[in-house]
Design a protein around this ligand. Structure first.
Ligand code: PGA
Length: 253
């Protein structure tokens, strides 16, 4: 049975007081969840040490939203995978559509980031998803599978087994327009089939998250789909009560 994962993505929001208030509000709710469910918060780099400290005695995992593609050295403004590891991070987002669109993260850069993270045993959460234009042109499946091919073509099954994939249609991110459970399931099934062509065992164990306007009203239906193993939640992860509701809406199958 695959583990379930509900990941919050705070994006560029939050401060020290917010971390303290959020942690105390969420921790008791998360402790009460069934064992097979993981909960994670991806926060801005500067808040990570505090978050790791606040969540140290809880089940909540901590993720970075970005990492340098370089290991160390003269790269002003960058944060290395080793630094994240030493701060206590468990995971890190790679390839979020905002980084692809606004910060020019190319395939080469994303692959290096994934490699740096795997070297220090931080779990990459690799984000893929089509734009509205691509969907309207009937290209959604091809776009998504070719984004995934970056990993499948360049990494071993062993390395791939450590990665979670988040399908986030760009048109659903921050728009309030969620993919329907049927649309999301269809793409997740397509993604899992594509992984199966490389390695059937890997396909069965790979954790596939859905992201894009997930909230407390739509999460249970999305999470009930057979190939959706959890969510990557942006806006709704900034309210502890809402986020706790979303975490509780996932059931262990
Ligand atoms: P959203 O963001 O839930 O606010 O749509 C999701 C994401 O960008 O990860």
């Amino acid at each position: 049975m695959r583990r379930k994962l509900v990941a919050g993505n705070w994006k560029m929001n939050g401060d020290s007081a917010f971390v303290s208030a959020f942690s105390s509000a969420i921790a008791p709710n998360i402790q009460a969840l069934p064992e097979g469910i993981d909960v994670l918060i991806a926060a801005p780099t500067i808040l990570l040490p505090q978050l790791c400290q606040e969540f140290a005695l809880t089940r909540v995992l901590v993720a970075a939203q970005n990492v340098s593609s370089y290991a160390s050295g003269a790269y002003t403004g960058e944060t290395s995978a080793e630094m994240l590891s030493k701060a206590g991070c468990d995971a890190c987002l790679v390839g979020h559509s905002e980084r692809r669109a606004l910060f020019g993260d190319t395939d080469e850069v994303m692959l290096s980031k994934v490699r740096r993270l795997l070297e220090v045993e931080i779990q990459p959460i690799f984000c893929i998803g089509e734009t509205l234009e691509q969907r309207d042109l009937g290209q959604a499946s091809n776009v998504v599978t070719s984004q995934l091919a970056l990993l499948l073509d360049n990494l071993s099954s062993e390395a791939l087994g450590k990665i979670a994939v988040a399908y986030e249609p760009v048109w659903a991110i921050g728009t309030g327009r969620t993919a329907s459970p049927e649309q999301a399931q269809a793409m997740h099934e397509r993604i899992r089939d594509h992984v199966r062509q490389k390695d059937a065992e890997l396909a069965e164990k790979m954790v596939l998250l859905y992201g894009g306007s997930v909230n407390a009203d739509n999460s249970s239906e999305l999470f009930a789909q057979p190939d959706i193993d959890g969510g990557l939640v942006g806006g709704a992860s900034l309210q502890a009560d809402n986020f706790a509701q979303i975490c509780k809406s996932i059931e262990c199958r």
